[in-house]
Design a protein around this ligand. Structure first.
Ligand code: PLP
Length: 421
């Protein structure tokens, strides 16, 4: 029987003794959650503007998600991909409808979804001896060996060399740099629509259009990692759809592959990638597989997530509440320029870039990075946000956060920001 432990210190002690310390964790242990709120083991309530890193897109413990998990578990959980089942087919149909003509593969995480894109690119270029994938500096593509090789940040690679070969990094939002980096072996370019771990930096419309043309002319695949920025977070299904809104030149724009994960099943583990026609059948029978990929249980939950987002118009909510939050934060940055340097993002993926340490004694007097210092202060006041690098804190609230809740969060942010000026 599993002993029931409750107190924070007891939980932390278990981790110290039995859990590999690969994460640096905040000193909070959660006990339960509901909607935009979480409660820790001491009964303290937090407004959750992190959503478990953009995962709990319908908030915590959404009753319909809980019900779907229960009901589907009673009917059918797993069959393996040796057989067909309707839920995977229906989910693929839904997501293809949201992106464009193509087909889906289902996996279990973002890193695994990206892994499928690397294999797609390698298969595509194989007969010509092309294999190299260009990715951006400050990108993040997951923590597997290929994932850290693809990620344009040294901190994730350190200690794990040699890297998987065939990845090279280019400056983000620089189309000339992309063009100049292409070698005879280059077969694909992979970027995030909005760099999530790299400080919430959106790709510009011109960059996306330029990369599309470049990939067309050099016979390369344009791959997009929408794991964090996608899934309705910007107000459209994919971030590139929002970035390119109203841009005449971009009519009909589609990448060749899109990875997704995080929000896809509202907290139930799942990843997936979409492949555009005519590349949908490059990965033929036996070419790629995942035991747990696309189970009846995961697919049924993901179908429910899409149903609820559409029914409750949560894409519109993400856009409206997101634009409201961003506007208020920009106002705050104008009132407190010694604390906030810039505000970036689209919809409900928003980054607050904090002022450089040297320019603010409240930051320079702390041992911690500005982002973890502010994150700690917000937590004390009952608001959860997520650092993105040393200088940026990001907001990734549930897509169904209300304007009142957003207002509450902004009040806490203003309180902390004003104390740092
Ligand atoms: C989180 C993330 C990943 C990795 O997803 P995991 O599920 O942790 O493997 C990949 N790309 C981006 C942009 C992410 O934010």
């Amino acid at each position: 029987m599993i002993a029931i432990v409750k107190k924070f210190e007891e939980i932390k002690e278990l981790f110290g003794k039995y859990v590999i310390p690969s994460y640096s964790r905040f000193d909070i242990a959660f006990e339960r959650g509901s909607g935009s709120f979480l409660e820790d083991v001491n009964g303290k309530r937090y407004l959750d503007m992190g959503s478990g890193i953009a995962v709990c897109c319908l908030g915590n413990s959404h009753p319909e998600i809980a019900e779907t998990i229960c009901a589907q578990s009673r009917q059918l959980i797993h069959t393996s991909n040796l057989y067909y089942h309707k839920w995977q087919g229906l989910l693929a149909q839904q997501i293809v409808g949201l992106i464009g003509k193509g087909k889906m593969f289902f996996a279990n995480s973002g890193a695994e979804a990206n892994e499928g894109l690397y294999k797609l690119a390698r298969k595509f270029g194989h007969d010509e001896g092309r294999f190299e994938i260009l990715t951006a500096f400050n990108s993040f593509h997951g923590r597997t060996l290929a994932g850290i090789s693809a990620t344009g940040q040294d901190k994730v690679k350190k200690g794990f060399e040699p890297m998987v070969s065939g990845f090279r990094h280019i400056p983000f939002n620089d189309i000339d740099a992309a063009e100049n980096a292409i070698s005879p072996a280059t077969v694909a370019i992979l970027i995030e629509g909005i760099q999530g771990e790299g400080g919430i930096t959106p790709a510009t419309a011109n960059y996306l259009i330029g990369l599309r043309k470049l990939c067309e002319s050099k016979k390369m695949l344009l791959l997009m990692d929408e794991v964090q920025c996608g899934y309705f977070r910007t107000g459209r299904f994919a971030s590139f759809q929002r970035i390119l809104e109203g841009v005449q030149e971009a009519t009909g724009f589609l990448p060749d592959g899109v990875s997704m994960a995080k929000s896809i099943a509202g907290g139930f583990p799942m990843g997936a990638f979409w492949v555009r026609e005519p590349y949908t059948d490059l990965l033929g029978p036996g070419a790629h597989a995942s035991t747990f990929g696309g189970t009846p249980l995961a697919c049924s939950v993901a179908l429910k997530v899409i149903e609820i987002i559409k029914r409750d118009k949560l894409d519109e909510n993400a856009r409206n509440v997101g634009d409201y939050i961003k506007g208020e934060l920009i106002r705050l940055s104008q009132s407190y320029p010694s604390v906030i340097k810039a505000v970036r993002g689209l919809g409900l993926i928003i980054g607050i870039e904090l002022q450089e340490k040297e320019k603010n004694p409240a930051f320079s007097s702390s041992q911690k990075t500005a982002s973890s210092q502010v994150t700690d202060m917000l937590q004390k006041e009952g608001l959860l946000v997520i650092p993105s690098g040393a200088q940026v804190i990001r907001l990734l609230p549930p897509l169904n956060i209300s304007k009142d809740e957003a207002k509450q969060g902004l009040g806490i942010i203003e309180k902390v920001v004003s104390s740092l000026k």
